[in-house]
Design a protein. Sequence first.
Length: 244
Amino acid sequence: MTPIVPSPRAPRPSDTSAPAPSGRGPAPDAGTRPAAGRASGTESAGPLPYGDAEGPADSEEAAAATERWYEDGLGWATDGGRPPALLTGVRFDVLELPAAAGRAVLRRFGRTGPVAVARGRMRLFVAAGSAEELPALLDWLEWGGIALDLVGIGAGGRITAPAPPRLSHRFPPGAAFWLRPPEPPRGPDPFLPGLADFGSRGGDAPDLVRLVDMAATECHRVRLRRSRVLPPAVGPSSQPLARS
């Protein structure tokens, strides 16, 4: 299925949530910020993410420069908030996974779309519509029903905008940043992995099926490693609890 790429749209008040792990049901995203004026358990806007800014005017200038880089340079919609956030499901979706699993994917999968990191989570940018396909795709790959910590963020979601490469010095340590930044568009987003590339031998990005399968594999490996090093949970009676 070839994803349809609409023009950037204005943010909607309902764009406040992202799909849960494996794309099942709503759940807050670590890098997601709700629309202005709406209470939520997701990340609050907090201070402006420009660590060496001299004051509010300089911070606003950096935020405006960030929005111009995304909207004018890439054609990606932002939400107009502070700090700026990118709207998913318009020009791209995001697969989010633990950074340790993501690094393993990048080592084994040399060619991907854009890749960002935020708060110990890696974000793989994929074709719009991919998040909706994620649950069925995991079932088809026989990963269904396994806790993978693999999240699809698509239509109606938003993520904190990573620091543009030339503005990264204006962001504090720990802010979202690009590992593999996007390039200016030269057509209908050929660099984004998608189902349309399934089985192809060329192109600028891997197909979504192989990328999801490898991401699921590495997420499972990370989970198994963590289960070996964490001590058993202890209940009120000081008796070890069974671990699933």
